[in-house]
Write a protein that binds this ligand. Structure first.
Ligand SMILES: *Cc1c(COP(=O)(O)O)cnc(C)c1O
Length: 400
């Protein structure tokens, strides 16, 4: 494992994760963790003081009203900005809300957006539920970016990428995508939930906007929902203004939980990675498995780009069962697991299993002839116990 990337002050990202967004001086001393400040109303000593604070809050952080954030949410924003190497960050009640606000902030009726075929599926659904009715056209590009040059239109304003992609972790050449987009006057946004700012850093690779579901690894404990959007200085204002206009804010309690989770983000990811690689190698040797998806495996089509652009991998490993294995058998396998919980999401400390519908999740790539795809989130449990659990699943797979 290489040392983590350095920030502008020359400190390692691991160091910044321990210190970013720390508590301000507080009645003499200060606690290690930023205090939880809840507020709607903020009081001022005079009309002039109130006027002065409100006048500053466009560009800088000023504690003026709960909807504009509190010292707790400001601390989380600062920590995420350090993690992402960003100018500033806004927080959202969910990762999906972050995606929606990116589209709302950077696109208007008449515009065109290019979206990766590998996006998180609810983002794909926004095309019909939001973009189409608002007169914003969307085209999907191949998850590895192949042929994207031909898809740009004169009114293409945004390239929306997700790298590595959801479910099977396709890699695209983000610096190249950014070069193509910028030459045509379009911005690049990337969903960075997989990399969580530690394993992948889109802004350093040329993206203008990086969003994350902090629900996943940043929080790390499956008990809070949150989304983040971090941008470069140049891309900041449209997002900031739209968020203020819509009263977009999060609960300081939730921000406090995410901030606490972030302190152990890098340590947890290193353990998730180690365990996931053990599971991935074990799966590769199973006769029931047609393919294992994890960009850290040399067999993965995106492996070379992963080596170039990522610091490591995480707990996600998906695998394709042999195409002959029917739905009832797949269901038996998933139901037989006991350490891998059946449930949505991932990024907590615990292992999860999900049966992915690749046919619904891709439109550029044809998955119709392929086997069932199972996504594992490999948690912090001992790999030997996890492998025994999977062994039990494979034992009932053929027992129909
Ligand atoms: C989970 C996820 C989201 C959405 O996050 P929520 O907080 O569940 O809304 C967005 N993008 C990716 C890649 C995800 O995996």
């Amino acid at each position: 494992m290489s040392d983590s990337p350095k920030d502008t002050a020359g400190q390692s990202l691991d160091t910044r994760l321990a210190h970013a967004g720390k508590a301000p001086a507080y009645f003499g001393g200060s606690p290690v963790n930023t205090p939880l400040v809840r507020a709607s109303t903020v009081l001022f000593d005079s009309v002039a003081a109130m006027r002065e604070t409100r006048a500053r809050r466009g560009e800088e952080r000023a504690f003026s009203y709960g909807a504009r954030g509190t010292p707790t949410t400001f601390a989380l924003e600062d920590a995420v900005s350090e993690l992402e190497g960003a100018h500033r960050t806004r927080l959202f009640p969910t990762g999906l809300a972050a995606i929606g606000m990116v589209l709302l902030s950077y696109l208007k009726p008449g515009d065109h957006v290019l979206m990766s075929d590998s996006v998180y599926e609810p983002a794909r659904k926004l095309v019909h539920s939001f973009l189409d009715p608002y007169g914003i056209r969307c085209s999907f590009f191949a998850a590895d970016g192949r042929g994207i040059e031909e898809l740009f239109e004169p009114n293409t304003k945004l390239v929306y990428a997700e790298c590595p992609g959801s479910l099977v972790y396709e890699m695209c050449d983000l610096p190249k995508l950014a070069e193509l987009a910028h030459a045509r006057g379009a911005l690049v946004a990337a969903d960075n939930t997989w990399g969580s700012g530690v394993q992948y850093r889109p802004l350093a690779l040329g993206a203008d906007i990086s969003l994350m579901a902090a629900t996943k690894y940043l929080s790390g404990h499956s008990d809070v929902m949150m989304g983040t959007v971090a941008t470069t200085r140049e891309a900041w204002q449209p997002l900031n203004e739209r968020c203020d206009a819509f009263g977009m804010t999060v609960s300081p309690d939730d921000a406090w939980l995410v901030l606490r989770g972030m302190r152990t983000l890098s340590a947890r990811l290193q353990m998730h990675e180690r365990h996931a690689m053990e599971v991935a190698h074990w799966l590769q040797a199973r006769p029931e498995v047609a393919a294992v998806f994890c960009p850290a495996l040399p067999q993965h089509p995106g492996h070379v780009l992963w080596q170039r652009d990522c610091r490591g991998t995480n707990g996600l490993v998906s695998f394709e069962l042999q195409p002959g294995i029917g739905n009832a058998a797949v269901e038996r396998f998933v139901d037989a697991l006991s350490l891998f919980g059946r449930g949505s999401s991932w990024g907590g400390y615990e292992s999860l299993v999900a049966w992915a519908d690749m046919r619904a999740a891709r439109s550029v790539t044809d998955w119709s002839a392929r086997g069932a795809v199972i996504r594992l989130h490999v948690g912090l449990e001992a790999p030997s116990d996890l492998l025994r659990d999977l062994e039990g699943g494979f034992a009932v797979l053929g027992a129909g």
